[in-house]
Design a protein around this ligand. Sequence first.
Ligand SMILES: NC(=O)c1ccc[n+]([C@@H]2O[C@H](COP(=O)([O-])OP(=O)(O)OC[C@H]3O[C@@H](n4cnc5c(N)ncnc54)[C@H](OP(=O)(O)O)[C@@H]3O)[C@@H](O)[C@H]2O)c1
Length: 267
Amino acid sequence: MNQSAYYRNKVIWITGASSGIGENLAQQLASYGAYLILSSRNQSKLEGLKATLFNSEAHLVLPLDLCAIENTSIYTDKIIAKYGRLDILINNGGVSQRASANDTNMEVNRQLMEVNFFGNIALAKAVLPIFRAQNSGQFLVVSSIAGKFGFHLRSIYSASKAALVGYYESLAMEEAPNGINVTLAFPGKINTPISKSALTGSGHAHGAMDHNQATGMPVEECVRLMLLALSQRKREVLIGGKELLAVFLKRFFPRLFWKLIPKQPAT
Ligand SMILES: NC(=O)c1ccc[n+]([C@@H]2O[C@H](COP(=O)([O-])OP(=O)(O)OC[C@H]3O[C@@H](n4cnc5c(N)ncnc54)[C@H](OP(=O)(O)O)[C@@H]3O)[C@@H](O)[C@H]2O)c1
C-alpha cells in the first residue's frame, strides 16, 4: 500500500506540531488525507499551521504543555467527540539540552524529563484505553540517536530519550495481543530549530542554530522516512546521515566508538 492510501482518513494526534519535525509531519499527513489533532504550547502557531493545511477544517488544534499534563481526559474527550476514534499517537514534542551534567541544575534535569518522558508517557496512558477498545492503534515515538548513546552536553536529554526506549519496548510487548503497535524513531542530525530552544544549565534557551542542525538532513526527508517506517509497522527506524554509523560502531566496534565519538563536535 502506498503512503497516501495508508494514511487517508486516519485520525492522528501529533505533539510538537508547531515546529520542525511535527510541523512537517502535519503537512505531509494532511496532504495524504489524514485528520489531525495538533498539539504543542503555542496555540497561535498551531492555528496558523492548521489554516495552511490541506482540508483545514478537518483538523483540531489542541494546545497542551507536556510539563503540565494532569487531567488527560480533557484531551481525549475532545478527540473522541470530534472523530469517534484515534488511530495513531505521534509522541514527537520535546526539548534538547546544551550544557554539561556538571552545569545543569536539578530543576532543569527534572523539567527535561517531564517534557521528554513523563509528559510523553502520560499521553500514551491516556490513549491506551481507546486503542484497547478499538483493538487497534499505533504509537510513533520520537526518541533520538542520543537515546542510543550518551554525548557531550546531552546528559539528561540522552537519558530522557533512552528512557522512552525501555518504556515503549515494554509497552509494545504487552499490547501486541491488543492490536497495538509501536514504532520508535531515532533521528540523528535533522535541520530544524531544535538547538534554539535547547536548555542551558540554568534553563535558558541556547538560542543558536547549531552547525550540526543547519547541516542536518532536510526535515521533509526525515518525515518521509518516519512515515514510511510507521506505515510498515517497523519496530524502530534510524534516520539521518553519516552520524548513524556511530550506532553500528558502538555495537560492533565499541573501542573504536569510544575513541572517535568524544572528538565529534556537540553543536
Ligand atoms: N532535530 C533533530 O536533529 C532531532 C534529532 C533527534 C531527535 N529529535 C527529536 O524530534 C522531536 C521534534 O524536534 P524538532 O527537531 O522538530 O524540534 P523543534 O522544531 O524545536 O520542535 C519541538 C516541538 O516540541 C514542542 N514542545 C517543546 N516543549 C514543549 C512542551 N513543554 N509542551 C508541549 N510541546 C512542547 C514545541 O512546541 P511549543 O514550543 O509550541 O510548545 C515544538 O513544536 C523532539 O522530540 C526531538 O528531541 C530531533
